[in-house]
Write a protein that binds this ligand. Structure first.
Ligand code: G3P
Length: 305
């Protein structure tokens, strides 16, 4: 699995690149806001064009940097995509344009398909597209069909959506134990069916209470963001779809493991989560013991004068 860093903070990108583990970077307007806010706090002047140019250069050739458009209509998104691509791709030939799968808001300003139109037009013109805000399988399939180079299912936000519906309180970085939810939901369903099992199937099947129990803890048949990633990967493999799956909205190391097991081509990981992936109490204990056990004879070996 390739590792992208999900940040627009140049210091984080530089640091992660120095570890030799970065295959690419993803940004979005919120991540750019966080980077700019940091610069403001440190009273540094902001030349956003120069700043993004530095990101592209730091990440370097062959490692994609996703930059997102900001408009909601296909025509405007295409214009913005071209502007971003023309401005920044020459720096290290690594720019990918992020287009939301659907830009319709509750205010209903646009249609459901502006994103798709932009994706297919840009892809036809060989501008690589990373389709963002993917929250279900249908969006991923249509994005791939429209020619997307990447799709980004938002695992963490799907978890948020399910947890919120269940009334579960959580912190952003908390692991969502969807296996537990799944087991409880199935137990509840068993109870619901209970002694009615001998009644005609249709009466049980059509019962509103049963329906609620069946869909408990899931979003359209999926119990978590990881399951969404798994489903998309499975479908793309069955049909030999070349679009790569970027597991996005990753909040903790366990999710990274699970999306890797699910076969995601890429995980885009926030810097803080990358740091957490390196930590284990037994590693700390081990390094303390190794340091303590160094005998003078062995230390002498490293005295290079
Ligand atoms: O890659 C998408 C990501 O930046 C969104 O993450 O944690 O805000 O849902 P999050």
């Amino acid at each position: 699995m390739k590792i992208f860093v999900d940040t627009a903070k140049l210091n984080e990108i530089e640091e992660a690149c120095s570890w030799g583990i970065v295959d690419g970077v993803t940004t979005n307007p919120s991540l750019i806001k966080r980077a700019v806010d940091d610069l403001r706090v440190n009273k540094k002047s902001i030349d956003i064009e120069e700043y993004i140019g530095k990101i592209c250069k730091t990440v370097g050739e062959g490692r994609p940097v996703s930059l997102e458009v900001i408009s909601l209509t296909s025509e405007k998104m295409i214009e913005e995509a071209k502007l971003l691509y023309e401005k920044f791709n020459p720096i290290a030939h690594n720019v990918v344009i992020k287009i939301p799968i659907n830009t319709r808001t509750d205010k209903g300003e646009t249609t459901n398909y502006e994103g798709l139109k932009a994706i297919s037009r840009l892809s036809k013109e060989e501008i690589p597209v990373n389709v963002t805000l993917v929250m279900n399988v249908g969006q991923a399939v249509l994005a791939a069909k429209a020619g997307a180079r990447y799709v980004s299912p938002f695992a963490g936000r799907v978890d948020d959506y399910i947890r919120k519906k269940l009334g579960i309180e959580f912190q952003k970085g908390d692991y969502f134990d969807f296996q537990l939810v799944k087991r409880v939901a199935s137990e509840k369903l068993n109870q619901k069916i209970g002694d009615r099992v001998n009644k005609p199937l249709a009466t049980i099947y059509l019962d509103e209470d049963t329906k609620r129990a069946v869909s408990l803890g899931q979003d359209d048949g999926l119990y978590s963001g990881v399951e969404l990633v798994k489903a998309i990967v499975k479908i793309f493999r069955i049909y030999g779809i070349k679009t790569e799956v970027i597991a996005a909205s990753i909040r903790n190391p366990r999710q990274v493991r699970e999306v890797a097991e699910a076969g995601a081509d890429i995980a885009t990981i926030p810097f803080k989560v990358l740091e957490k992936m390196l930590q284990h109490p037994k590693t700390v204990e081990g390094i303390e013991k190794f340091s303590e056990d160094v005998v003078p004879e062995y230390r002498e070996l490293f005295n290079m004068g």
